[in-house]
Design a protein around this ligand. Structure first.
Ligand SMILES: *[C@@H]1O[C@H](CO)[C@@H](O)[C@H](O)[C@H]1NC(C)=O
Ligand SMILES: *[C@@H]1O[C@H](CO)[C@@H](O)[C@H](O)[C@H]1NC(C)=O
Ligand SMILES: *[C@@H]1O[C@H](CO)[C@@H](O)[C@H](O)[C@H]1NC(C)=O
Ligand SMILES: *[C@@H]1O[C@H](CO)[C@@H](O)[C@H](O)[C@H]1NC(C)=O
Length: 193
């Protein structure tokens, strides 16, 4: 009776060892860096990573329980990955969790999680462009909000950040290096495009 039990147990154990063991060190840190519809996960490399080391990234929409692999992120030797396409609904969601691990051949590391959940609060506000025109001694400036082409129709900067349309303007006279700060914290007329 005993040998019959021992065989399946040994088979189970060897299966465990054949599956990818957690032997690599995990990436020391991971964090999000995002601008409007440009959402990027960054991580630091494992010590002594080799040419064959790559990283796997998975994403979880907050409130759900299915981790989704992001195949685009599994390329050597990337230390960041653009998650914009996978998080297009960020501004209408409660955010996302991400995790990253190192893989080398049959070895993989434990997962590293960024310390924060990725929400729209993590998104750094930017200006798309500024156009200046000079007419009879008067400089007129037009501020254009960012217009990323991947943003779904209707997801404009103005509709998503209705309360963040205040700009600080700095005016510098060249060639003198002195800096004049005009209208500190002033709210300027805004010209949506
Ligand atoms: C992976 O995580 C397990 C459980 O937390 C831990 O016991 C193990 O030491 C970790 N392995 C590495 C290589 O950090
Ligand atoms: C990295 O490689 C160096 C030189 O080969 C070795 O001394 C060091 O212990 C290695 N570090 C780790 C964390 O494996
Ligand atoms: C990755 O795998 C290669 C080939 O098996 C090995 O030479 C190298 O030492 C491994 N690197 C790490 C960081 O474990
Ligand atoms: C993956 O990469 C391809 C080519 O660079 C790109 O067209 C596609 O949108 C990416 N998919 C995701 C989910 O980021």
């Amino acid at each position: 009776m005993l040998p019959r039990l021992v065989v399946p147990l040994a088979a189970l154990l060897s299966l465990r060892f054949v599956s990818r063991a957690h032997e690599l060190p995990k990436p020391p840190s991971a964090w999000f860096a995002a601008e409007f519809f440009h959402h990027v996960l960054h991580w630091t490399p494992i010590p002594n990573q080799s040419e064959s080391t790559y990283y796997e990234v998975e994403l979880l929409r907050y409130g759900e329980n299915l981790w989704k692999p992001i195949p685009n992120c599994s390329q050597t030797p990337m230390l960041s990955c653009d998650l914009t396409m996978a998080t297009l609904d960020l501004y209408h969601s409660s955010g996302y969790l991400a995790k990253v691990r190192a893989v080398n051949g049959s070895q993989c590391s434990n997962w590293t999680h960024p310390q924060t959940r990725f929400t729209m609060d993590e998104v750094t506000l930017t200006v798309g462009s500024v156009k200046l025109e000079l007419h009879s001694g008067v400089i007129r400036g037009t501020i254009h909000p960012p217009r990323p082409s991947v943003a779904p129709a209707g997801d404009t900067y103005e509709s998503i950040f209705p309360h963040f349309r205040e700009y600080t303007i700095e005016v510098r006279k060249v060639p003198e290096p002195s800096k004049v700060r005009a209208f500190p914290q002033a709210s300027l007329p805004f010209h949506p495009v």
